[in-house]
Design a protein around this ligand. Structure first.
Ligand code: DGY
Length: 326
């Protein structure tokens, strides 16, 4: 009598052609169903893809809610995000179903910190505005008062949140001659790079405020009109975390009224923003990027690789390598 062959475990992947070799490696061991169209799957399409799967590998922009988990069925054991942020996942609903959720901290910290530093330099020195002037033939004669920005060296950087990315920004900022302070609501500790300060003090005394806190119920709208009003009119706000942490309308008002010198955003609410007449794009003192913090070949490959290794670990019955904090 021949034994029934073991069912090959199934893994759904929410995109095709992800960078690196992680998905290829999964396909050597599991039955991989990937989403092949060039556009991202709509929720009902992702639900059909995940039906009957044991594992799911998704991007940070793919919402994973209770309905999707139910669509997968009781066999689902792991949701592996190729993303550090996990605000799009209903972690409590996953826990209730015994599904492990993993993310990709560490591997993108330095790459994202590079973009935070770039935004600080671009916004404070008003580099995009000067490039625009050049492109439009408005350079003219050399003038002592043209394209003036504010110095980055000697400025005080205030980091909101003090995790891996914030600390990577602190290391870079130290090299640029900035003084560094941070606020973390629970870990009230100084270290060799930065001193802990209360939240309001950070807003009042920083020349550059850089946001590095995850989006949660507590941090949504954390930087609104009242917080912007505490900042100096010569200050710069930078956000490479999640758009929802900053009240964009209040930010635009503050910039237009000259209550804030400048801002740099790599993240926005309602991403992707595709309207070319979006008011965020028209504000000359606001530098906006389309969520490119982790966008290098090496880092994106490392993110997918780590997500794939998390899938393998859980499906092999081992602990996840990088589960989301519980
Ligand atoms: C992350 O990993 O959270 C980045 O924002 C890219 O999604």
């Amino acid at each position: 009598m021949s034994a029934t062959p073991a069912r090959r475990l199934r893994v759904a992947v929410s995109r095709t052609g992800l960078p690196g070799a992680g998905v290829e490696r999964l396909a050597e061991r599991f039955q991989v169903a990937d989403w092949t169209p060039a556009r991202p799957p709509a929720p009902d399409e992702l639900a059909r893809l995940v039906d009957g799967c044991d594992g799911l590998l998704v991007l940070g922009s793919d919402p994973v809610d209770a309905a999707l988990l139910d669509a997968a069925g009781p066999g689902l054991r792991v949701v592996a995000l190729a993303s550090m942020g996990y605000d799009g996942v209903d972690v409590a609903a996953a826990a209730r179903r015994g599904v492990v959720v993993t993310h990709t901290p560490d591997v993108l910290a330095d790459t994202t910190a590079d973009v935070a530093m770039a935004l600080i330099l671009m916004a404070r020195r008003r580099l995009p505005a000067s490039m625009d002037a050049l492109r439009h033939g408005e350079w003219g004669a050399f003038r002592m008062d043209a394209f003036l920005g504010l110095d980055v060296h000697g400025a005080t950087l205030g980091l909101i949140g003090y995790g891996r990315i914030a600390r990577a920004v602190a290391r870079r900022a130290a090299g640029f001659g900035m003084r560094i302070q941070h606020h973390h609501p629970r870990r009230r500790q100084d270290d060799e790079l930065s001193r802990w300060v209360p939240f309001d003090e950070l807003l009042r005394t920083s020349d550059v405020v850089s946001v590095h806190t995850p989006l949660t119920a507590e941090t949504e709208g954390l930087i609104g009109a009242a917080e912007l009003a505490l900042m100096s009119p010569t200050a710069t706000l930078v956000n490479t975390g999640r758009g929802g942490v900053v009240d964009e309308k209040a930010l635009l008002v503050a910039l237009r009224r000259g209550e804030l010198h400048s801002a740099g955003l790599d993240v926005m609410t309602g991403e992707p923003r595709t309207d070319p007449s979006d008011p965020l794009l028209a504000e000359p003192r606001l530098v906006v990027l389309p969520h490119v913090g982790s966008a290098t070949e090496a880092t994106r490959s490392a993110m997918v690789d780590l997500a794939a290794r998390n899938v393998e670990a859980v499906l092999d019955g081992r602990p996840a390598l990088t589960p989301v904090p519980g």
